[in-house]
Design a protein around this ligand. Structure first.
Ligand code: BEZ
Length: 249
């Protein structure tokens, strides 16, 4: 996905604003932290300000460019977590906000989480849960079906039992796991939904000759469900997991 880093920072700043609640699960003592999918680096910077030695990684060159520009004193690296060289047992903490749902190969990802953490190390993550953006996805699917296409969600939105089970197979002990609805205000008034769909469904929209018509129809379809008079409220659901890699097994 080709991310628009400036738009992400201005229109979708809720991504890191909500994520700052996760910072409370960091250890009190100075730790080595890997922030997976750091985006424009706001949370990575906050982690460093809390006294930790942090590396922020992101697949998007645009995001890393913006992160480095904003926070030159923080260590950022561009790369795909599934294909980066990471030394075994090199981090006390792996932190990730609003990213894991983009990674289809969760077997591979969780293998890397296990590998990269030191024994006893902590995973702190939050991302889309089962049912996340269901109304928006259903509306998009209905529009695609009307032109003879099928929507295949690229996202991984697990339930708590599914995800915690996966982590247990990777020798994690679950400290805390919960799913919760987190309705999310989209900035930009009536344009907010359209901007969101343009940013996050960009790859699907790029293949459609009638993207504007589809967006018009989605607004009409979703107005009774997600329009709140002067803004859109996206139907986000979150899964939050704090887990510890077993010390020995
Ligand atoms: C999310 O943060 O839940 C999300 C963002 C973009 C697309 C899909 C889900």
């Amino acid at each position: 996905m080709d991310w628009n880093a400036k738009q992400y920072d201005h229109q979708h700043d809720f991504v890191f604003k909500y994520g700052s609640a996760l910072l409370g699960y960091l250890p009190r003592s100075a730790s080595t932290v890997l922030d997976i999918g750091c985006g424009t680096g706001e949370l990575t910077h906050q982690i460093q300000q809390l006294g930790h030695r942090v590396t922020g990684i992101d697949q998007s060159a645009a995001m890393i460019h913006q992160a480095t520009y904003q926070f030159p004193e923080v260590n950022f690296q561009q790369g795909d977590i599934l294909h980066m060289p990471i030394a075994p047992a090199s981090y006390d903490v792996i932190f990730s906000n609003a990213v894991f749902h983009w990674i289809a190969d969760q077997q591979h990802l969780t293998r890397i989480l296990e590998l990269a953490l030191k024994p006893g190390g902590r995973l702190i993550c939050e991302f889309g849960a089962q049912g996340n953006i269901k109304a928006i996805s259903d509306a998009f699917g209905t529009e695609l079906a009307a032109i003879g296409k099928r929507y295949r969600s690229p996202f991984y939105f697990p339930s708590v039992p599914e995800y915690t089970q996966l982590l247990k197979t990777r020798h994690f002990i679950i400290v805390k796991a919960r799913e919760y609805p987190r309705p999310t205000v989209l900035k930009g008034g009536w344009q907010g939904l359209r901007n969101w769909v343009r940013q996050f469904f960009a790859a699907d929209l790029a293949e459609l000759p009638n993207a504007d018509e589809i967006l018009d129809n989605m607004e009409a379809r979703l107005k009774p469900i997600l329009w709140r008079g002067d803004h859109w409220e996206a139907d986000y659901r979150r899964i939050q997991v704090i887990a510890q890699k077993q010390s020995a097994f």
